[in-house]
Design a protein around this ligand. Sequence first.
Ligand SMILES: NC(=O)c1ccc[n+]([C@@H]2O[C@H](COP(=O)([O-])OP(=O)(O)OC[C@H]3O[C@@H](n4cnc5c(N)ncnc54)[C@H](OP(=O)(O)O)[C@@H]3O)[C@@H](O)[C@H]2O)c1
Length: 309
Amino acid sequence: MVQKVNQGITSAGSFTFPGSSLTVNRMGYGAMQLAGRDGNKLVWGPPRDVDGAIAVLREVIASGVNHIDTSDFYGPHVTNQIIKKALFPYPDDLVIVTKVGARRGEDGSWIPAFSREELTGSVHDNLRNLGLDALDFVNLRSAFDIHKPAEGSIEAPLTVLAELQQKGLIRHIGLSNVTAAQIAEGRRIVPIVGVQNQYNLAHRADDALVADLARDGIAYVPFFPLGGFNPLQSETLSEVASRLDATPMQVALAWLLHRSPNILVIPGTSSLSHLRENLKAASLELSADVLADLDAIRLEGAWAPTPRH
Ligand SMILES: NC(=O)c1ccc[n+]([C@@H]2O[C@H](COP(=O)([O-])OP(=O)(O)OC[C@H]3O[C@@H](n4cnc5c(N)ncnc54)[C@H](OP(=O)(O)O)[C@@H]3O)[C@@H](O)[C@H]2O)c1
């Protein structure tokens, strides 16, 4: 059992998913970066340093984080297996959020997987690799366009997840990579307690959606909060960070936490030092002036991603 030493991450507050007793700290952790890489195949195979990955996960828990985002298609299987190795038996308050709706090709590609058999198989893969009898929270990841939300009915796959929920294999259901219309369709089928879409300082297509979900008490969990494989770069962000004696990544996370009370952050890292840096964002205060400067980033046109890999 990992000893908990809360290092201030609760300063960002907590969030209770609607219609549930499931409460998490708003500062969470995304586990995707723990899988390895094989040439051009990203999030593939074991990490170079398995012990290092285990150390990161144990420090996540020791720091008071109780929301870990994962999927069995990270690796595939690898990330969940490392989570189990590092943290099982899990702390009572830990909420592991996983996602289904894709599988990996041998070339590392991400292939939609929405048939009844594929979805049911994914849920059982997650259960087995995490060592659980039931999954707290499963996101259905839509993939009409694998890279961004695109319209199309999610009724059939979501109905399969609702049936698995009725069987007791899933406690709560969320949606990922979805449009507002798909969320509305989903809510007619089953209670949706959270949405996970791409969103960060420079990628703000969901501004209106964040507000709509906040009104209904539904969590919004931005993926790529730091820009994903191309970490955020902006002159304004760097300038604000140096003014606050913080790092750009800390400011980017603090901006998300200030943006709306239903936003839960899940920054991903395979590095202990980056983890420590990121968690400190939970207690970073941003004044109204600073928020106004940061809000202007998407307008400045200065953001140019530089591939790191
Ligand atoms: N629903 C979906 O479709 C979907 C898609 C993508 C991701 N996700 C989830 O969202 C989580 C977060 O996304 P993400 O991990 O892809 O992207 P992210 O959190 O935006 O950024 C992670 C990248 O930033 C680097 N990084 C982290 N902290 C840093 C720091 N303090 N300074 C400099 N670089 C830093 C990481 O490298 P190091 O490892 O070297 O720190 C990694 O390359 C994932 O872990 C996953 O659980 C969901």
